[in-house]
Design a protein around this ligand. Structure first.
Ligand code: SF4
Length: 372
C-alpha cells in the first residue's frame, strides 16, 4: 500500500478524482470538502451520519489512522493566554511529534490567526526566536490548513465568532515553502470551503527575491508583507543574514515588479531596535530608499527573545521615526506589541517542545474566558 496521504493536502480537483475513481459521484466531493475545510467536524460521527450512504461508506473504509487517507488534526499540547486576555498561543503537536505554534489575536473586535509554515526556520534573523532554533522541516499544506481550522474551532466554541484575518507570520519563512503555502492559501480562499477573503490573508517574507517575483508573475492575490528592518545593505544584513544573498537593490527591484504586475502595495515591516535602526537619520534614509515604491510601513518595537541582546525602541523615538516617514509621504502605522508576556509576539515564536517538560507543562494556564 502507498503511504497514507492527508485529505487536507488535496486540492478540490484531486479529492474529486480520488472519490470518483472509487465509484463515488463527483457531486459528493462538495460535501466532503465542506466537512474538511468549513466546519472541520468530519471526525464527529454525527456529521458523518448526515452524509449520503456512498460517501459515508467511503470515509469509513478509507479515512482514519492506518488507512489510505488521514486527517490533519494536530493535538493541542498547550493553550497559553496573555495577561490582557487578547492573545492565545497554541502549541500544536504534529503526527511526527514535531511541535509548532499558532496564535489567535483578538483585538479591536477582529480575530486574526497567525500560523506557522515551517518547523523552525532557515533564515536565521538574529532577533528572532524561531531563527535561533534553526530549520527542521517544511510544513505540508494540510498542516498549515489544520492550524487555521484549529483557531476557527476555538473561535466558534469559545467566542461564537468567525475568523476574518489570517497572517502567515508564525514560525518559518512562508516563501521558503512556496508551493505548500500557496496551495494552503488557495484552499483558505475557496468559496466552497473556508472562503476567507484574499484581501484578509497576508503572507510575510524576509525577502526571498525569486519567490516575490514568482508571486508577481502568478499575480498571487494575497497581501505581501516584507520584513525590511534595515535602510541600507549593511544595516539589513547585520539583522537578516539572507540579506547578503538577496541584496538590497535586487530586493527593491522585486518590490517594484510586484507593484507593477500585481497592482498592489507592499506592507513594509520594520522592527524598531534601540540604537540599531531607529534614529531620525535611518528614518530619512528609509524614506529615500523606498521612494517610488507603493508601500505601507508598519513599525513595531522589538519583542524580547533569549538569544538577542537588543532592546525595543522607546515610544517617543518610535513616534519620531513615524513622523519623519509620514512627512515624507508614507502611510505608517505604529503597531502595539501584543502577547509578549506569553512569547506570542512577532519574532518570539519558538517550539516549546524542548522546554515543555512535564513540570513546565503543568504551569501553562489554559484559557478560562473570552478575551473580549
Ligand atoms: S523573522 Fe521570520 S524569516 Fe526571520 S528567522 Fe524568524 S521566522 Fe524566520
Amino acid at each position: 500500500m502507498n503511504d497514507p496521504q492527508s485529505l487536507h493536502d488535496l486540492s478540490y480537483e484531486e479529492l474529486e478524482q480520488f472519490i470518483t475513481a472509487d465509484g463515488i459521484k463527483a457531486v459528493h466531493a462538495h460535501s466532503l470538502w465542506r466537512l474538511l475545510h468549513w466546519d472541520a467536524s468530519l471526525l464527529e460521527m454525527e456529521s458523518c451520519q448526515n452524509l449520503l450512504g456512498p460517501l459515508r461508506r467511503w470515509i469509513e473504509e478509507y479515512v482514519g489512522e492506518d488507512k489510505r487517507f488521514f486527517l490533519d488534526h494536530p493535538e493541542q499540547v498547550a493553550d497559553i493566554r496573555s495577561s490582557d486576555g487578547m492573545t492565545r498561543k497554541f502549541l500544536l503537536k504534529l503526527r511526527d511529534g514535531q511541535t509548532i505554534e499558532t496564535v489567535l489575536m483578538g483585538y479591536d473586535g477582529r480575530h486574526t490567526a497567525c500560523v506557522s509554515t515551517q518547523v523552525g526556520c532557515a533564515m536565521g534573523c538574529v532577533f528572532c526566536a524561531t531563527g535561533q532554533m534553526g530549520f527542521t522541516r517544511h510544513l505540508r499544506p494540510g498542516e498549515i490548513i489544520a492550524q487555521v481550522l484549529h483557531v476557527q474551532r476555538v473561535l466558534r466554541r469559545d467566542y461564537g465568532k468567525r475568523l476574518r484575518n489570517l497572517v502567515l507570520m508564525g514560525m518559518g519563512e512562508p516563501l521558503h515553502n512556496y508551493d505548500a503555502v500557496m496551495r494552503a492559501m488557495s484552499v483558505m480562499a475557496d468559496v466552497r470551503g473556508p472562503s476567507l477573503s484574499t484581501q484578509r490573508i497576508t503572507i510575510s517574507t524576509v525577502g526571498v527575491v525569486p519567490a516575490i517575483l514568482r508571486m508577481a508573475e502568478e499575480k498571487a492575490p494575497y497581501n505581501l508583507a516584507l520584513s525590511l528592518h534595515g535602510a541600507n545593505q549593511a544595516q539589513r544584513s547585520a539583522l537578516i543574514p539572507v540579506g547578503k544573498k538577496w541584496r538590497m537593490e535586487e530586493l527593491l527591484d522585486a518590490c517594484r515588479t510586484y507593484n507593477q504586475k500585481v497592482g498592489k502595495g507592499i506592507f513594509i515591516e520594520w522592527t524598531l531596535i534601540a540604537g540599531a535602526n531607529d534614529s531620525p537619520e535611518v528614518a530619512r534614509e528609509l524614506a529615500e530608499l523606498l521612494r517610488g515604491i507603493d508601500v505601507h510601513i508598519n513599525l513595531i518595537p522589538l519583542n524580547p527573545t533569549e538569544g538577542f541582546a537588543g532592546t525595543a525602541t522607546a515610544t517617543q523615538a518610535g513616534l519620531q521615526f513615524q513622523k519623519i516617514l509620514r512627512a515624507a509621504g508614507y502611510p505608517v502605522t505604529f503597531r502595539q506589541r501584543r502577547g509578549i508576556d506569553v512569547a506570542a509576539g512577532c519574532g518570539q515564536l519558538k517550539s516549546e517542545r524542548t522546554k515543555l517538560t512535564q513540570s513546565s507543562a503543568e504551569k501553562l494556564q489554559p484559557a478560562q474566558s473570552a478575551p473580549n
